[in-house]
Design a protein around this ligand. Structure first.
Ligand SMILES: Nc1ncnc2c1ncn2[C@@H]1O[C@H](COP(=O)(O)OP(=O)(O)O)[C@@H](O)[C@H]1O
Ligand SMILES: [Mg+2]
Length: 260
C-alpha cells in the first residue's frame, strides 16, 4: 500500500482536483484507492458527489477515538473509497496540537490500513496551510505529490515545501519522506508558463510529470456536478491529461518496485 500526500501550502493550485481525478483514474484502472479528505472545506468529498457525514471524518481516528475502518465509505465507483471531510476537522488544529505525539497521529491512525491489504493507494487531499493536518499528512505519507500552478512564484512556493519536507525528515517523524512528483496544473500556452516549467525542470529533473494539466473550464465545472472529469467530460483535455498523468504515476510505482 502506498500513501501519497497531495500537498502544497498554497490554496487553489489544484490539490483537490488532482486528488479526486487521480483517485478516479486509478480506480478505473482497477487499483483499489482510498481518498482521504483532510480539508475541513470537504471539497474532495463534494467533488465525488458526497456530503460530509456526522462524525465520519478522519478527525475521530486522529484523536485516537475511532477506528479508521469505520470511517471509510464506498463511492459509486468500483475500487474507490472515501473518508469524507468535515468542518469538525478544523478542530484538529487545536485538539491534536495539544497531544504529545501530535506529528504522528495520522501515521498511527493509518497503520491498520497498512497492516491489512485492502487498498493499493491511499491519497491524502491536504488543506492549504502548514497546519497540523498537513504536517500529519507529511509524516504519514510515503511520498508527496505537489500540484504546482504555472505561475511566476511557483518556485518560491516549491522551496517552502522542500523546507517543510526537510523539517519533517529531521524531526524523525518520517525520515524517508520525499517529493515523488510535481504536477504542473492550470497550464495556459504562454511564455511565462513555459519558463516556469523549464525552471522547475532545471531544479527537480524527472520529479516533474511530463504530463501538464491544461486550464479548462470543464475541470472547474466537474466538482459542482459531483463528478470526476473522466465521468463529466471523458473525451476532453482535462480527462486526457489526468489519464496520462495516472499512467505516468503507475509507471513510476512499477519502476520503484523493480528497483526495490
Ligand atoms: N486545470 C484546471 N483548469 C481549470 N480549473 C481548475 C483546474 N484545476 C483546478 N481548477 C479549479 O481551480 C480551483 C482550485 O482548484 P483546487 O483543486 O480546489 O485547488 P486546491 O485544492 O489546491 O485548493 C477550483 O475551483 C478548481 O475547480
Ligand atoms: Mg483543496
Amino acid at each position: 500500500m502506498k500513501i501519497i500526500a497531495v500537498a502544497n501550502q498554497k490554496g487553489g493550485v489544484g490539490k483537490t482536483t488532482t486528488s479526486v481525478n487521480l483517485a478516479a483514474c486509478l480506480a478505473a484502472k482497477g487499483k483499489r484507492v482510498l481518498l482521504i479528505d483532510l480539508d475541513p472545506q470537504a471539497n474532495a468529498t463534494s467533488a465525488l458527489g458526497h456530503e460530509p457525514i456526522d462524525q465520519h471524518s478522519i478527525y475521530g481516528p486522529l484523536l485516537g477515538a475511532e477506528d479508521i475502518a469505520r470511517t471509510v465509505v464506498p463511492t459509486r465507483f468500483d475500487h474507490l473509497w472515501l473518508i469524507p471531510g468535515d468542518i469538525e476537522l478544523a478542530g484538529a488544529e487545536i485538539e491534536v496540537a495539544r497531544a504529545e505525539d501530535h506529528l504522528t497521529r495520522l501515521r498511527d491512525a493509518l497503520q491498520p490500513l497498512r497492516d491489512d491489504v485492502t487498498f493499493d493507494v491511499v491519497l491524502l487531499d491536504c488543506p492549504p496551510s502548514l497546519g497540523i493536518l498537513m504536517t500529519n499528512a507529511l509524516a504519514a505519507a510515503d511520498e508527496l505529490l505537489v500540484p504546482l500552478q504555472c505561475e511566476y512564484f511557483a518556485l518560491e512556493g516549491l522551496s517552502k515545501i522542500v523546507h517543510v519536507v526537510e523539517q519533517v525528515r529531521a524531526s524523525g517523524a518520517n525520515p524517508g519522506l520525499n517529493i515523488g512528483g510535481i504536477l504542473m496544473t492550470m497550464f495556459m500556452r504562454n511564455n511565462l508558463a513555459y519558463q516556469v516549467i523549464q525552471e522547475v525542470q532545471n531544479h527537480f529533473g524527472d520529479v516533474i510529470y511530463k504530463t501538464v494539466v491544461p486550464r479548462t473550464v470543464r475541470l472547474s465545472e466537474a466538482p459542482s456536478h459531483g463528478k470526476p472529469i473522466i465521468e463529466y467530460d471523458p473525451n476532453g483535455l482535462g480527462a486526457t491529461a489526468y489519464r496520462a498523468m495516472t499512467l505516468e504515476f503507475l509507471a513510476r510505482q512499477k519502476a520503484e518496485k523493480r528497483s526495490g
